[in-house]
Every structure is written in C-alpha cells, then in structure tokens.
Design a protein around this ligand. Structure first.
Ligand SMILES: Cc1cc2nc3c(=O)[nH]c(=O)nc-3n(C[C@H](O)[C@H](O)[C@H](O)COP(=O)(O)OP(=O)(O)OC[C@H]3O[C@@H](n4cnc5c(N)ncnc54)[C@H](O)[C@@H]3O)c2cc1C
Length: 323
C-alpha cells in the first residue's frame, strides 16, 4: 500500500550533494528524507581510487567514502528511502514527489541533487576497463597518469578542456575525434592546436577498448570514419569526454534549466526560481563537477532551506499576531 512520508526537507539524490545536505539538514532539526534513486551513493560508487577529497592522506575508495557519508547522515537523523522519484508537483506550499512504487514524499522544502551522468561511448571494453585505464573525468583521475601516455575521446569543449588539463600530468596527450574539425570554442581550439604536448587524430571512432595481459587498458581499436580502415593506438589511460547528461527530466517545464538541461540557480546560491526548492551538485553545475563542490553546494542548500522555513514560519506567526 502506498504511504505518504512527510518531512521539513525532502532531498532527491544520495550522492555527495544529497548526503551533505542531509547531514546539515538533520543537524538543524529538519528531519530530512533522502530518496536514493537507482544509484545509492551517486557517481563515486562507480569509481575506485579517490585522492582529492579532503581529509584523507591516503587514497580512499569511492564506494567506501559514500558509505561513510550515508552512515554519518543516518547517525544524525536522516531517513534514507530506497526509492526512485518518477514525478514531482512543485505547485503547492509543500512539494510532492511520487516514488516508483506509488509512495508520496511531501517536503516543506525540496533539495534536488540528482546529478549529471557522464556520457559513455557504449563500445566493448569500456565499462569492463572503467577504473582500469578508462575514465570520464580528467580532473578526478588525470593525476594517476603522471608521465604516462593518455588519450581523450571527443571534439567539443569538454574534450578539449580535458586534453589541456591532462598536459599538467602528461607530455603525450592525443585527442581522438570522429570528425575533421572540432566543435569547441575558437579560443580553446587555438590553445589545443598550439600545445606541443597534444596531438590530434582526426576522423577516427573508437571501436573498442583493448585490455593488456594484466587486465588494464592497453590500447584503443579505431576505425577511420572516411575509409573504414582499422588501426590501434597504444595508451595507458583513455578519457571519454563526450559530455554529461543532467538528470533533470523530472523537472522539465517546472524549473528553469539551460539548453543542456542543467538546473538554473541564482548566482552563487542553490536557489531555483521556486522559493523553497533548491538544487545542489552536478545537476546545476556543468563547470566543476567534483565531489567536494557537490558536497559544498549540498551544505549551502540545507542552510538556505533552513533559513527559508524559519522566515516563512516567522512571517506566519507575525500574520497570526497581527490578524
Ligand atoms: C568515474 C568517475 C570518477 C570520479 N572521480 C572523482 C574523484 O576522484 N573526485 C571527485 O571529487 N569527483 C569525482 N567524480 C565526480 C563526482 O563523482 C561527482 O562530481 C559527484 O558524485 C556529484 O555529486 P552529486 O551528489 O551532485 O551527484 P551524483 O553523485 O551523480 O548523485 C546523483 C544521485 O541522484 C540520484 N537520482 C537521480 N535521479 C533520481 C530520481 N529520479 N529519484 C531519486 N534519486 C535520483 C542517484 O541515484 C544518485 O544517488 C567522478 C565521477 C565519475 C563518473
């Protein structure tokens, strides 16, 4: 039977943004509910080594970090729900979200932390070698390829930025693009083509990722998009940089978003265009997309949610007294 769950702070998404919002919300007495979605713990659960989350001298594991974050959120009073939201109603004074089993979640405030999934090529070897040489985040994993040979796949802004970033770690960066021209900003293209550490392989698509004897990535099998000729490029690391897809389908025509589907927030805040509805993490951030930035935004959203309710409740009391 469908149940209605009420809370002062409803959080959709259980990555670093959602769980950080939950920790702050719970400690502010908001008794938050987190609806976890299909990927409890978020994107860090699909990676291995994390070396840039502050507080840990040694490399830690992404899934472990997220388990700890969830345990901390629960410890301070968060209710975790194993459910996925299929629709939302943001029109009333309280915000309603419906789970895929029919349960209704009602929040006096809503914090949206549904993230943005990296797009993958979907070719053989890609998922098997993810974390073993294949990555979708140069900022996250570039450091592991210091002094090694790396390739970046893509031809837009993301790919060019990733290639340029990787030259901080490697003198041998190859950009592989399936067309004969880039689709990035002119200034980025100029910087890329002028960089002696970067070479570009045009008109090639990746057919598959090839493992070496040790089970790590060894090479990429390529097909020439004009001639159909097959070739192989040896590499230590491959970065798939063909963009991200923000998980915002639920909010179409309900909240303002940019052309790529990222939720729009007021500059420097987690406030959406609906008072009481906040967004945090990758779902509204196409620039930084890191666990620490997502966690920071989650914290900001919880603090603003608490202030929003306090102001609303205070004006309610004032109206009652005056009335
Ligand atoms: C392979 C890989 C390695 C990475 N390595 C690092 C690293 O080393 N360091 C670093 O700082 N960052 C790293 N990142 C980036 C980092 O994982 C993200 O920036 C971060 O997870 C974003 O957090 P988030 O909370 O905004 O969203 P996410 O972590 O994406 O979480 C989104 C959450 O929303 C939920 N959700 C989505 N739709 C619904 C729905 N309809 N109903 C309910 N829930 C829903 C999902 O289940 C998930 O729990 C890496 C990313 C990848 C892909």
């Amino acid at each position: 039977m469908a149940t209605t769950h009420k809370t002062r702070m409803l959080i959709i998404g259980s990555g670093p943004a959602g769980l950080s919002a939950a920790i702050y919300g719970a400690r502010a007495g908001m008794e938050p509910i987190v609806v976890q979605g299909l990927q409890p713990g978020g994107q860090l659960t699909i990676t291995t080594d994390v070396e840039n989350y502050p507080g840990f001298r040694e490399v830690i594991q992404g899934p472990w970090l997220m388990q700890e974050m969830q345990a901390q959120a629960e410890h301070v009073g968060t209710r975790m729900m194993w459910d996925t939201i299929t629709s939302v109603d943001l029109t009333g004074g309280t915000f309603k979200a419906i789970g895929d089993g029919g349960d209704i979640y009602e929040g006096d405030t809503l914090v949206i932390c549904t993230g943005a999934q990296a797009k993958w090529l979907g070719v053989p070897g890609e998922q098997e070698l993810s974390g073993k040489g294949v990555s979708a985040c140069a900022t996250c994993d570039g450091f592991f390829y210091r002094g090694k040979k790396v390739v970046v796949i893509g031809g837009g802004n993301t790919a060019v930025e990733e290639a340029l970033y990787l030259t901080n770690h490697s003198d041998d960066v190859t950009l592989i693009h399936r067309r004969d021209s880039l689709r990035c900003e002119k200034i980025l293209e100029e910087r890329l083509l002028a960089n002696p550490k970067i070479s570009v392989v045009w008109n090639k698509r990746v057919e598959r990722f090839v493992a070496g004897e040790a089970g790590d990535l060894r090479a990429l099998a390529l097909i020439d998009t004009e001639t159909g000729a097959e070739s192989e490029i040896e590499t230590d690391g491959a970065f798939v940089a063909i963009g991200h897809a923000p998980a915002t389908e639920l909010f179409k025509d309900k909240l303002a978003m940019d052309a790529s589907g990222y939720l729009l927030v007021q500059s420097g805040t987690p406030k959406t265009d609906i008072p009481g509805v906040f967004a945090a993490g990758d779902v509204c951030d196409h620039t930084y997309r890191q666990a620490i930035t997502a966690a920071g935004m989650g914290c900001m959203a919880a603090l603003d949610a608490e202030r929003y309710l306090a102001e609303k409740e205070f004006s309610g009391v004032t109206e009652t007294v005056q009335g």
